[in-house]
Design a protein around this ligand. Structure first.
Ligand code: COA
Ligand code: AMP
Length: 628
């Protein structure tokens, strides 16, 4: 690492000069059942397809390949669960043996290539095994985050139409036991589609009642015959990951096997500067894209050791939890959301707990998932005395759009910027008409087509929605729906979303979806949900509601009812805790609510410190505009 941009500039120039050769060289790092004849097929798919005539298996590349190369005894996975006081380690050979059997158990019950399987599990090694077992069979997994309510799970079941669901009896959220099985049963009651069976992992903390469609996970594994890898086309879907869109219906991001494996394998040395055997810990959840890419697939494709952590950054047992894990498991690189660091900073501002651990193996902290406030980045950099690297990406892209590239020299960060575009991504800021803006000018961030390997090419069962949402606003570009700019030196600055998405504790949520839920309350005439600044979670949702004529309830009662309603319909992850009854909402002449105006008030730049949800100033502002 020389700290200059020379390595990055050379690699980017190599990519820009010959996109085809660049990605073919990257593809050569993997095993192919049938190697692709070329990298890009411009006439196929929505904007071209990657490696379209190649065949491979992602699980083979993540596990078998390393065992065949003699690395079977190396550690593939560490499980650390302070909430259950459990730890476990799996070598590549042990992990492969479990995955082969799990694939066999699924295949014996009829799961095959192209079938969908929903995985609804807490942070357990079995969640990762389930994903890899599906990949092994060419089945398409869809992991649903545990913080969603049954209704959300049901919506995903109806959209993906899975043949099976893999779940666990419970999860542990601090002191709360999350009853996964009853939540799943309720979802299956709501859903029109009925999967053929459920594979249920019974945890010692809670035994779930078995129904007629339920198969015990461990029994199925014990009696299964190991299943070999099924080669699939590079364009065959590996997974569907649902993410928030602007409406209540989530978008099913489809990830293809070939481009995904190539991009992720390539990203580990280039972006993160890691080699086989290094321990990478992504403190996220397998239900999010960071978990898919950097807990499961990328570290294993690259032959690293990955870590599954079941717990929180604070309170399990204290704000030293992350540093304990880093020290104990010799973590070389930690990747998390700024929210987690803010939570630690709040509890241990002077780093007294951090000082108790030997972090000599830790080389860098990577942040993503939401905008990182400079204070938090600086605090972490000062205390850790190591690079803190912010990088920008989306569920849609599957890997970082920008970074500082530890493997290419690690150029200096600019506080508040996500770094420079990864080779493969051509990022520009555009105006409303889709014209590229000069450096340093704010606009919508867009990516020139084609997107590199690994990015989405369609939405599950919704190709039209894909085109409308991403390709039609700015022909020739992918619309990121993030506002920002690219400066004279190529640093990308991401300022916030241009749509109704908010980012709460690094979790992507739709205010439109919350509005749909609030509107369903019998007393609500109309409503708007906006994101306001929150000192810990970055943003928090605030509901502004107009009651129907004749309804006379105090604000506290309305809030309590709406909070319960959002929890029931979307789930605790929405973190909806505040509502305000207002006399009216600002509207256009045609009667549309001026959500942008409300949002602008919440984002007012003259606040030196952004107003928080508890700050009466924001509510006074809103009331002033609303005249109430
Ligand atoms: N299963 C069930 N419930 C879950 C859940 C899960 N997997 N994850 C979160 N929840 C629940 C929480 O228990 C909480 O419930 P509550 O309202 O009963 O307290 C609610 O959803 C909101 O969760 P969250 O917003 O995460 O708040 P928190 O107080 O539980 O934790 C942080 C705050 C900062 C510690 C936590 O958000 C965090 O670690 N964030 C990092 C984010 C991250 O990893 N992002 C991924 C992108 S890199
Ligand atoms: P998700 O799809 O959940 O990964 O959320 C993607 C969104 O999170 C992006 O569109 C951004 O709005 C935001 N985001 C992710 N990483 C960053 C970052 N490093 N800086 C600023 N915003 C980010």
């Amino acid at each position: 690492m020389d700290g200059t941009t020379a390595g990055y500039d050379a690699t980017r120039a190599r990519w820009a000069a010959d996109n085809e050769a660049y990605w073919m060289a990257a593809a050569a790092g993997l095993d192919w059942h049938r190697p692709p004849s070329r990298a890009f097929f411009p006439d196929q798919g929505s904007y071209g397809l990657w490696f379209a005539d190649g065949w491979l298996n992602t699980c083979h590349n993540a596990l078998d390949r390393h065992v065949l190369a003699g690395r079977g005894a190396d550690t593939a996975l560490i499980y650390d669960s302070p909430v259950t006081a459990t730890q476990a380690r799996y070598t590549y050979a042990e992990l492969l043996a479990r995955v082969e059997k799990l694939a066999g158990a699924l295949a014996a019950r009829g799961v095959g290539k192209g079938d969908r399987v929903i995985i609804y599990m807490p942070m357990l090694p079995e969640a990762l095994m389930a994903m890899l077992a599906c990949a092994r069979l060419g089945a398409v997994h869809s992991v649903v985050f545990g913080g969603f309510a049954s209704a959300e799970l049901a919506a995903r079941i109806d959209d993906a139409q899975p043949v099976a669901v893999i779940t666990a009896s419970c999860g542990i959220e601090g002191a709360r036991v999350v009853h996964y099985k009853p939540l799943l049963d309720a979802a299956l009651d709501i859903a029109a589609h009925k999967p053929a069976f459920t594979l249920l992992l019974q945890r010692p903390q809670e035994q779930a009642a078995m129904g007629p469609r339920d198969v015990d996970f461990e029994t199925a594994l014990a009696t299964a015959t190991p299943h070999p890898c099924v080669p699939v086309e590079a364009t065959h879907p590996l997974y569907i990951l649902y993410t928030s869109g602007t409406t209540g219906k989530p978008k099913g991001i489809v990830r293809e096997n070939g481009g995904h494996a190539v991009a992720l394998h390539h990203s580990i040395p280039m972006i993160y500067g890691l080699s086989p055997g290094d321990v990478m810990w992504s403190a996220s959840d397998v239900g999010w894209v960071v978990g898919h890419s950097y807990i499961v697939y990328a570290p294993l494709l690259a032959g690293c050791t990955t870590l599954i952590y079941e717990g929180k950054p604070v309170g399990t047992p204290d704000a030293g939890a992350f540093w304990r894990v880093c020290a104990e498991h010799q973590v070389k690189l930690l990747f998390t959301a700024p929210t987690a660091i803010r939570a630690i900073k709040k509890e241990d501002p002077k780093g007294a707990l951090l000082a108790q651990y030997d972090l000599s193996r830790l080389e860098a902290l990577f942040l993503a998932g939401e905008r990182c406030d400079p204070d938090t980045a600086q605090w972490a950099e000062t205390l850790l005395a190591r690079p803190v690297i912010d990088h920008w990406w989306q569920t849609e892209t599957g890997w970082p759009i920008t970074g500082a590239f530890r493997g290419l020299g690690l150029f200096p960060a600019r506080l508040g910027s996500g770094g420079k575009a990864s080779p493969g991504f051509d990022v520009v800021a555009v105006d409303e008409a889709g014209h590229e803006l000069p450096p340093g000018t704010m606009g919508t961030l867009a990516i020139k087509l084609p997107m590199p390997p690994g990015c989405l090419n369609t939405l599950w069962q919704a190709p039209e929605r894909f085109r409308e949402a991403y390709l039609e606003h700015y022909p020739g570009y992918y619309d990121t729906s993030d506002a920002g700019m690219v400066d004279e030196d190529g640093y990308v600055w991401v300022m916030g979303r241009t749509d109704d998405i908010i980012n709460v504790a690094g979790h992507r949520l739709s205010t439109g979806q919350m509005e749909e839920v609030l509107s369903g309350h019998p007393d609500i005439a109309e409503c708007a949900v906006i994101g306001v600044a929150d000192a810990l979670k970055g943003q928090a949702p605030l509901g502004l509601v107009v009651l129907k004529a004749g309804v006379n309830k105090p604000n506290e009662t309305v809030t309590a009812e709406l909070v319960a309603r959002v929890r029931e319909h979307i789930g605790p992850v929405a973190a909806f805790r505040e509502a305000r009854v207002v006399a009216r909402l600002p509207k256009t002449r045609s009667g549309k609510i001026l959500r942008q105006t409300l949002r602008k008030i919440a984002d007012r730049e003259e606040y030196a410190v952004p107003p928080t949800i508890d700050d009466p100033a924001i509510l006074d502002e809103i009331k002033a505009v609303l005249g109430c």
